[in-house]
Design a protein around this ligand. Structure first.
Ligand code: 5GP
Length: 121
């Protein structure tokens, strides 16, 4: 597992060094709108703890952190009115997954049909 880089952009957001458009926050989780939205609703959900990726979070996150993360997704998707129409959650991971920011984040995409699951182009 790569070593966590505390200079990554989401670490700076968590420290308040870079502004964000927060939609949800609790003791364990911060969620904010993506700066370059790929759908009408595009939210990034991140744990406040220092985890590189979804597998790092799953392996090392405490039960309270993991529970809070998924509870937050349910709260946010309801808050954003996505429950009935549906949405997609994506956790890009590592090089093959196309992860750009090395702090675990779940994308929530919705507000319109979000297309095929994997691009073949
Ligand atoms: P990844 O490719 O790592 O799964 O996704 C990183 C996401 O972070 C991208 O969708 C990108 O637009 C978003 N992002 C990068 N920098 C910032 C920023 O400073 N603020 C916000 N709100 N989103 C960012």
């Amino acid at each position: 597992m790569p070593i966590y880089d505390n200079q990554n952009i989401f670490a700076k957001i968590l420290r308040g060094e870079i502004p964000n458009n927060t939609v949800y926050e609790d003791d364990y989780v911060l969620a904010f709108r993506d700066i370059a939205p790929q759908a009408p609703v595009h939210i990034l959900v991140i744990p406040k703890g220092a985890y590189v990726s979804i597998d790092d979070f799953g392996a090392k996150g405490s039960p309270d952190e993991v529970s809070a993360f998924y509870k937050a997704i349910a709260t946010i998707t309801a808050q954003e009115g996505l429950t009935d129409a549906g949405f997609r959650c994506i956790a890009n991971t590592g090089d093959h997954g196309g992860q750009e920011v090395p702090h675990f984040h779940m994308h929530i995409l919705g507000g319109e049909p979000v297309g095929p699951m994997v691009s073949k182009s």
